[in-house]
Write a protein that binds this ligand. Structure first.
Ligand SMILES: Cc1cc2nc3c(=O)[nH]c(=O)nc-3n(C[C@H](O)[C@H](O)[C@H](O)COP(=O)(O)OP(=O)(O)OC[C@H]3O[C@@H](n4cnc5c(N)ncnc54)[C@H](O)[C@@H]3O)c2cc1C
Length: 365
């Protein structure tokens, strides 16, 4: 089958790799250059959690992804995940912290916030009265290294990847327009992140695009620290980064975006907010960021993924796995796309899909 994949972020690359391995003729189109920094997938690191607190389906997906990450590491010839452990934290009784504890196979007792300073040899501080769940099965993903590996691997398995090629919006069926030229396919998968709203307007009402900023902080006493996810108003999260730095971001704060081609760069207000968090939570780090970067979240109202077949064109699929938590499931994205193509949706795909999954021939699965 000739399959077009629109967008080569982590989702599109995973899909290209899996479908080309399965023997399809895969054509991936990306509007920008390889490894660009204008979407959702760029950056040195992402948080990995095998028992995320976002619900059962995501725990299942993370468990499915784990052996596939190991396969990718074997193919890449290098580790892609470093298992640092994690601290899931929030005010006493936080539903998020309790959900993480409940999801764990070994649900240890909660710690109090004031234990964290000693646990991390003074590197992380948390409010005394908070609940903290220590999650052993968390770590950091080498995100850019994963993207670079997938670009190579998808090509090695036969996918044709085209960079600097913007698919014209809107997509209406199986014929795509690329630089004024029409090309037809048997199926089209739109993994276009923040740009998906324009490409498939029927889903625009379900997707909002948010601007988010991350900042890196240095210390004179580098040590390998756990990742942190905090259930507070701004949704603080943090993770180790290369060169002994620690990167933090705010899951819930940063502003909305109407046009993903015009996004405000990190500014003094972002630096102030993130510095305040560094001062409070990272007592051994210099609270002035050494670097900041912006990134786009594409979110549904309930922060679930949006993987759905077009109502107008049954062989067109939107694949939006962002909402700030998608990277860890990357190896599954290609599998879910394969299930859709085969008309054989797993329980996971059924749970995620917003519309009935239809067999390629039109028969309802
Ligand atoms: C700041 C930040 C922190 C995050 N932290 C974590 C984390 O710790 N753990 C975790 O698991 N997840 C995390 N995530 C989420 C994760 O990074 C995303 O779920 C994932 O990167 C989404 O990838 P994507 O391929 O869907 O989108 P993108 O990476 O945005 O890819 C879409 C691609 O489509 C291309 N495109 C769009 N329109 C067209 C067109 N018309 N023609 C051709 N190409 C087009 C774009 O240029 C882009 O490259 C974070 C995200 C952000 C932004």
């Amino acid at each position: 089958m000739r399959i077009a994949v629109v967008g080569l972020g982590i989702a599109g690359l995973s899909i290209c790799a899996r479908l080309s391995l399965a023997g399809h003729q895969v054509y991936g189109f990306e509007q920008f250059e390889p490894m660009h920094e204008r979407g959702s997938s760029h950056g040195d690191t992402r948080i990995m959690r095998l028992t995320p607190g976002e619900g059962d389906v995501y725990v299942r997906l993370a468990q499915r992804a784990a052996p596939l990450w190991r396969t990718w590491e074997g193919l890449a010839g290098r580790p892609l995940i470093e298992w640092t452990g994690g601290l899931m934290a929030g005010p006493r009784g936080s539903p998020f912290v309790l959900a993480c504890q409940a999801a764990s196979a070994t649900p240890a007792a909660l710690l109090r916030g004031d234990a964290i300073h000693a646990l991390t040899r003074g590197a992380i501080a948390m409010p005394r009265e908070w609940d903290v769940f220590r999650q052993e099965d968390s770590g950091v993903i080498a995100a850019d290294a994963t993207r670079a590996f997938l670009q190579r691997q998808a090509s090695a398995w036969g996918a044709k990847l085209f960079y600097g090629k913007r698919i014209e919006a809107p997509i209406e069926g199986l014929t795509l327009t690329i630089e004024g030229e029409a090309r037809s396919f048997d199926a089209v998968i739109v993994a276009a992140g923040a740009w998906a709203r324009a490409l498939l307007p029927e889903f625009a009402g379900k997707l909002a695009v948010k601007r988010r900023v991350v900042a890196w902080f240095e210390t004179q006493t580098p040590k390998l620290l756990p990742v942190i996810c905090v259930d507070d108003e701004d949704g603080l999260y943090g993770m180790p980064a290369p060169r002994g730095q620690y990167k933090i971001g705010l899951h819930a704060t940063g502003g909305a975006v109407s046009d993903p081609d015009h996004v405000r760069e990190p500014d003094a207000e972002d630096a102030r907010m993130l510095s305040d968090y560094a001062r409070a939570f990272l007592p051994q780090h210099n609270p002035e960021p050494v670097r900041m970067a912006r990134c786009l979240y594409t979110v549904t109202p309930d922060e679930n993924f949006l993987i759905a077949q077009s109502r107008a064109h049954e062989r067109v699929l939107i694949f939006s796995a962002c909402s700030g938590h998608g990277f860890k499931y990357a190896p599954i994205f290609g599998e879910l796309a394969q299930e859709w193509l085969d008309g054989a949706p797993s329980e996971d795909l059924r749970a995620l899909a917003r519309l009935p999954v239809t067999r390629m021939g039109g028969e309802k699965a």
